[in-house]
Write a protein that binds this ligand. Structure first.
Ligand SMILES: [Zn+2]
Length: 57
């Protein structure tokens, strides 16, 4: 299981995500970023940062 805490990338966000794979987490983070942070698309830099802070549970 992989998990990701949004606050590691976007300060003051408490959202956390768990999924079987990094790609699944990225899908959910992209939807969350659009809904809650007004980011229509994650930049390659942001995606790289997200992948860096995803941890194995
Ligand atoms: Zn967030």
């Amino acid at each position: 299981m992989k998990s990701f805490w949004c606050g590691a990338v976007i300060p003051n966000c408490e959202a956390t995500f768990e999924a079987a794979t990094e790609d699944e987490i990225l899908d959910r983070v992209a939807a969350h970023a659009a809904d809650d942070h007004g980011l229509d698309e994650l930049s390659p830099t942001t995606v790289a940062r997200v992948r860096e802070v995803i941890v194995d549970q």
